[in-house]
Design a protein around this ligand. Structure first.
Ligand SMILES: C[S@@+](CC[C@H](N)C(=O)[O-])C[C@H]1O[C@@H](n2cnc3c(N)ncnc32)[C@H](O)[C@@H]1O
Length: 407
């Protein structure tokens, strides 16, 4: 999967600065170093053996405790941010002047007591401002700009939902820690819906202006009329958008999960599209010969059962002059290089709780979301692609965009 709403890379870095986790190899033992701003430094162990008894560094220990407390608090803020999105509270408060909890609850058609407790979490988190004399709450415009549906594709509250959504699978994942194996998609209630919400922000919004032009000939070829496959298409929002925009082209979506495809089919029918088809298809050992001019995958390689086989299938399925466009997580295949990644811990968490687990659940490779650009490039070459260019787009600091061709 992935997420990453339409953010400027600089803004994300700055938003993440308090949680920045640079790696350094200059310290011999593993250590967390915290300061009062909550920033932490992860050190990696070198291969020298420490001699003598290690002394206990009280300051280091206390800084670590502070860093952990901060983590627990921020996790709670993430959960309540998800609640604010799902209940529509942020949307109600966005255009609202400072108001009492009663007025906010009434405007949102929600129970006042719950809303007041939620507001307590929002005020202490610094998300909502509070006038204690008049007991008025206000969502500043600068915050609403990142938390409301009106702010989409910049709505970070969409991404906050991953933490509670994946937490619901905690017991199942802990069981897999003990006995191995993986999970099935049906164990993640709400996964495809949330993925579609993310995809609308990260893929659909910038699709025509930023993503498709990465292969400069694509917009014109799509206008003229070509055959397009989106593999692992999920609910197919990108396909519906493309099929509407390019009526002369023909679009196919393949996915393992028919419940996700049903959402795409309904959207295509509602839009009256006759140039778009959705087929249930396991991409394991995918094999079609020279069928498509463009193949896309949006966050849909690393959680496959057989990513290598699917990529090799893509190389065969492309017609001459065909293009494969792959969006996938912009991590490194080397853990020690991922300390500077925005939301590195978040990405490993999503991978452990979902991406890696669902691949293992199919008896698959379990690459994990942080398989890394280095391994991705290697696998593309082994699959038969000879011309590979990796792009980064300012709107999406989480993903890399690969344009791959077979020359
Ligand atoms: C992270 S989701 C991405 C969905 C979609 N591309 C999007 O951006 O919203 C990965 C998709 O890959 C599909 N998938 C996983 N394993 C598959 C397999 N073996 N064959 C076909 N699809 C598979 C899942 O059902 C899921 O919809």
């Amino acid at each position: 999967m992935w997420l990453g709403p339409l953010l400027l890379r600089e803004r994300v870095h700055s938003a993440c600065r308090p949680m920045r986790i640079p790696f350094t190899s200059s310290i011999a033992s593993p250590s967390w170093r915290g300061d009062r701003t909550g920033s932490v430094t992860v050190s990696i162990e070198n291969n020298t053996t420490q001699s003598g008894a290690a002394s206990f560094d009280n300051a280091r220990s206390e800084a670590f405790a502070e860093r952990m407390m901060n983590s627990i608090n921020e996790a709670a803020v993430t959960l309540m941010t998800s609640v604010g999105h799902r209940t529509g509270l942020f949307d109600v408060m966005g255009p609202m002047k400072a108001a009492t909890s009663g007025a906010i609850a009434e405007a949102a058609s929600l129970d006042e007591r719950y809303v007041r407790e939620w507001l307590g979490a929002m005020v202490t988190a610094g998300i909502v401002s509070y006038n204690p004399f008049k007991k008025l709450y206000h969502l500043p415009a600068e915050h609403a700009a990142w938390l409301t549906r009106a702010a989409s594709p910049n709505n970070l509250a969409v991404s906050a939902q991953w933490v509670p959504m994946l937490s619901r699978s905690e017991d199942a994942i802990i069981e897999r820690f003990r006995r191995g194996g993986g999970t099935r998609y049906c164990e993640y209630a709400g996964f495809h819906g949330l993925m579609a919400e993310e995809s609308a922000q990260t893929v659909v919004a910038p699709l025509f202006e930023h993503i498709l032009p990465l292969a400069s000939e694509l917009p014109e070829r799509l206008e003229t009329g070509i055959d397009v496959l989106d593999a692992g298409c999920g609910s197919g929002r990108a396909l519906v958008a493309m099929a509407q925009r390019f009526p002369r082209s023909r679009f196919v979506g393949y996915d393992l999960n028919d419940d996700a495809l049903a959402v795409g089919r309904a959207a295509a029918a509602a839009a009256g599209l006759s140039n778009l088809r959705f087929d249930v298809r396991d991409m394991t050992a995918y094999d079609e010969i020279q069928r498509f001019d463009l193949i896309t995958t949006f966050d849909a390689v690393h959680d496959q059962k057989d990513p290598a086989g699917m990529l090799a299938g893509f190389a065969r399925a492309l017609k001459p002059e065909g293009v494969y466009l792959m969006q996938d997580i912009d991590g490194s295949s080397h853990l020690e290089r991922n300390g500077e990644r925005p939301l590195g811990s978040f990405l490993y968490t999503v991978s452990c709780m979902h991406c890696m687990a669902v691949s293992l659940g199919q008896g698959g490779a379990g690459l994990g979301a942080m398989w890394g650009v280095e391994l991705a490039e290697q696998m593309l070459r082994e699959a038969g692609f000879t011309d590979i260019v990796v792009h980064r787009l300012p709107h999406d600091p989480m993903n890399a965009y690969f344009i791959a061709r077979v020359s």
